[in-house]
Ligand binder design. Structure first.
Ligand code: SF4
Ligand code: SF4
Length: 404
């Protein structure tokens, strides 16, 4: 698809990058077959090809209206379309650029602006998320049923000792924001499991949110502050030999893997950010390379369904990694249909698109529970909380199954 950039964008590097990405689209429409929103609405503008046309039109006319905002907002950024696309269209990057340009061109209603600002004020900070969760639990009885379901029960966590292991292998781990407050058992389990393999997981105290919340809400400058802060926090550890930067939430992992691309034009950070991206690993990638024989499960394990987050399967191209690990240690798994479809969590999507999100959640839970599993596991805190909000069976992070 050829894009004739509007004169306003002729010298705009982001717009030129978007035009290059659009050029690689041959408008075959294969991507619609795996797009969750197209599968729900069957409207061309709710599929990747239609959204690409909307972005192209915005770049050519320097105008964007309510329809463009509605259909770009409804995209989950799940990147299932990237996995399907035969032409290698980098849709995830394109929609991020499209949204940034759209925010400048299409006036958002004031209520939406406030909601998005509130999300950016709270979610990247674990203490603020913790405060919201505590308040939610105290006033649970007063909340509407839908909101009540979103508040997870408090997890009590045995803190792993600070003693380091003799083997001396060291990896960095992102403490995270929502996960640190809502599901602290995940990182505690990861620490214990990796320690049994002779690896210390180290958290850099000044590292914070990966930046994904701001980045996907089109607040690029704010996101870059989080990104640079993390690069600075990790760099001394990288110089002293940290082998990897491990993410226990795949949503953060895919963002960190992109740091090199995001900061490629920042001369002060480009090299360091590229190195950070090279070292970024999902927890499943780390464990797949290790001898897991000491984790062999007893025969009375619960039958488990695995939900592979989009950020792991489409974002990091690691589909099936969790299933392979659980199968290696003897956890009985049930097959599930529609693994390529998003559960509807998608960062802040469930807050801003509740109707579509709920439709996708019902569809996903039906697929996951069709084989009567006793539990569901996943690899991303957002999916975990979202699935748990309506699931009749417990939902956990998969690493908890190896930590017994
Ligand atoms: S599958 Fe790829 S090339 Fe085909 S329409 Fe979708 S994005 Fe374009
Ligand atoms: S990112 Fe997901 S929701 Fe958005 S267009 Fe691609 S497949 Fe559809």
């Amino acid at each position: 698809m050829y894009v004739k950039l509007h004169s306003d964008y002729a010298a705009n590097a982001m717009a030129r990058e978007a035009a290059e990405i659009i050029k690689s689209c041959v408008h075959c429409g294969f991507c619609n077959a795996t797009c969750p929103t197209y599968q729900e609405y069957f409207d061309e503008r709710d599929g990747p090809r239609g959204r690409i046309y909307l972005i192209k039109s915005m770049l050519e006319s320097a105008r964007a209206g309510e329809a463009t905002r509605t259909h770009l907002d409804r995209c989950l950024t799940c990147r299932a379309c990237e996995t399907t696309c035969p032409s290698g269209v980098r849709y995830g990057r394109l929609v991020d650029i499209g949204r940034e340009i759209m925010e400048e061109r299409a006036q958002r209603p004031i209520l939406q602006k406030i909601q998005r600002r509130i999300a950016r004020i709270f979610f990247p900070y674990p203490r603020r998320v913790g405060f919201l969760l505590r308040a939610g639990r105290i006033f649970r009885r007063l909340l509407p049923a839908e909101l009540k379901r979103q508040i997870p029960p408090r997890q009590t966590v045995a803190v792993p000792s600070d003693e380091s292991n003799a083997a001396g292998r060291k990896m960095l781990v992102l403490g995270g924001c929502v996960q640190a407050a809502a599901t602290p058992a995940t990182n505690a389990a990861a620490r214990r499991v990796l320690r049994r393999l002779g690896i210390d997981l180290v958290e850099a105290p000044s590292a914070g949110c990966c930046g994904a919340v701001s980045y996907h809400l089109a607040a690029r400058a704010e996101a870059l502050e989080f990104v640079r802060n993390n690069v600075d926090a990790w760099w001394p550890h990288i110089e002293s030999g940290a082998e990897a930067i491990v993410s226990t939430a795949s949503g953060c992992g895919v963002m960190i893997a992109d740091y090199g691309e995001i900061l490629k034009n920042d001369s002060a950070y480009a090299y360091k950010a590229r190195r950070v991206s090279e070292l970024a690993k999902d927890l499943s990638t780390v464990l797949e390379d290790e001898d897991l024989s000491q984790f062999l499960a007893s025969t009375d394990q619960q039958v488990t369904a695995v939900h592979c987050p989009c950020t792991l399967s489409h974002g990091q191209k690691r589909e099936g990694s969790v299933e392979r690990i659980l199968a290696r240690v003897g956890i009985p798994l049930v097959a599930t249909a529609e693994g390529h479809l998003c559960c509807g969590s998608a960062g802040t999507y469930s807050l801003f698109q509740p109707e579509t999100s709920a439709r996708l959640l019902d569809r996903k839970l039906a697929a996951l529970t069709a084989g009567d599993p006793e539990q569901i596991v996943t690899a991303n805190v957002g999916c975990q909380l979202h699935l748990a909000s309506r699931s009749d069976v417990p939902v956990k992070h998969w690493i908890e199954l190896l930590d017994y």
